[in-house]
Design a protein around this ligand. Structure first.
Ligand SMILES: C[C@@]1(CC(=O)O)c2cc3[nH]c(cc4nc(cc5[nH]c(cc(n2)[C@H]1CCC(=O)O)[C@@](C)(CC(=O)O)[C@@H]5CCC(=O)O)C(CC(=O)O)=C4CCC(=O)O)c(CCC(=O)O)c3CC(=O)O
Ligand SMILES: NC(=O)C1=CN([C@@H]2O[C@H](COP(=O)(O)OP(=O)(O)OC[C@H]3O[C@@H](n4cnc5c(N)ncnc54)[C@H](O)[C@@H]3O)[C@@H](O)[C@H]2O)C=CC1
Length: 233
């Protein structure tokens, strides 16, 4: 079994090529469009949905059958035609040029594979079965989406992200910031945020002021925001 390495790609403004214009190509457009990638569809025919995006100026359509030189300008290439030989050729050309290349449903002809994704604000979980069972990856994703990655978690991620620059500039070392964030997550801030964002903000302000005044307490064994462990620096 292949051990795949998970990463989160910055695709904003990057050129992505999808070869093929049917329902499967459309699925790829749907999962890529929120990334800000500049998507081109290369195919002699396209579905009505894809045509709609082309008409709205959100997609570029190159109306032709695939030829190897087509891959050159692209950072990422996805082969989604109904012809396995074409999909394999797309992979071989893209891979030879060290492009990220995926051929749908054809793990032998991929240098990366797609995952089952759930997004909530800045939080994102991508599940893979390494090609063993996409259906299981999908089921696990649905369980995570139903039980764990709730809209509240998405809002918490966004809220903590807003505090990150202030925490970075106020607390002197990585260890102190690590201790601070562990205490914030164990505190009532996450629950408070669901009730009243202003109060959650006030609790963060108090917590950060305490942390600035008691940096030594961020390194002690007790994981409570505002707990004065009595040690002095
Ligand atoms: C290797 C990989 C390469 C790649 O495509 O990147 C690949 C390969 C294959 N898929 C097949 C089948 C199915 N794929 C799905 C669904 C998804 N497949 C996805 C990814 C991947 N599929 C990569 C591995 C990911 C991993 O293992 O975790 C998902 C997660 C993401 C996406 O496609 O974007 C997306 C869910 C998206 C979502 O819900 O969000 C379903 C379920 C359904 O359709 O309802 C079925 C039927 C049930 C089943 O077979 O499990 C077959 C057999 C074809 C046949 O039997 O004819 C092969 C080929 C083979 O196994 O040889
Ligand atoms: N339809 C489905 O639900 C699923 C399909 N798949 C796989 O994905 C493949 C594609 O599926 P669909 O989008 O439904 O197929 P489709 O037959 O609706 O569309 C195929 C597209 O590829 C284009 N194409 C064909 N040869 C080409 C070439 N040489 N160069 C550029 N474009 C070319 C066609 O013009 C068409 O737009 C299937 O063959 C299958 O292997 C996998 C899972 C589900």
């Amino acid at each position: 079994m292949t051990t795949y390495f998970p990463v989160f790609l910055e695709l904003s403004g990057r050129a992505v090529l999808i070869v093929g214009g049917g329902p499967v190509a459309w699925e790829k457009v749907e999962s890529l469009k929120s990334t800000g990638a500049e998507i081109t569809i290369l195919s002699p025919t396209i579905s009505l949905q894809i045509q709609g995006e082309v008409d709205a100026g959100r997609l570029v359509w190159i109306e032709k059958a695939f030829e190897p030189a087509d891959v050159i300008p692209y950072f990422m290439i996805v082969a989604a035609t109904d012809d396995p030989a074409t999909n394999a050729e797309v992979f071989q050309t893209g891979n030879a040029l060290n492009r990220l290349t995926n051929s749908v449903d054809d793990p032998e002809n991929c240098n990366f594979i797609m995952s089952a994704i759930v997004r909530q604000g800045p939080m994102q979980v991508a599940v893979s079965s390494s090609g063993c069972s996409p259906a299981l990856a999908q089921q696990i994703r649905n369980r995570i989406s139903d039980d764990l990655l709730t809209p509240e978690v998405g809002r918490l991620g966004e809220f903590l992200g807003q505090w990150r620059p202030a925490v970075k500039s106020s607390l002197g070392s990585y260890k102190h910031r690590q201790g601070f964030w562990a205490r914030v997550l164990a505190s009532d801030v996450p629950a408070l945020l669901n009730i009243n964002e202003t109060e959650a903000g006030e609790a963060m302000t108090r917590g950060l002021r305490w942390a600035e005044e008691h940096p030594e307490c961020l390194l002690c064994g007790r994981h409570e925001l505002g707990f004065d462990c009595g040690e002095t620096t």
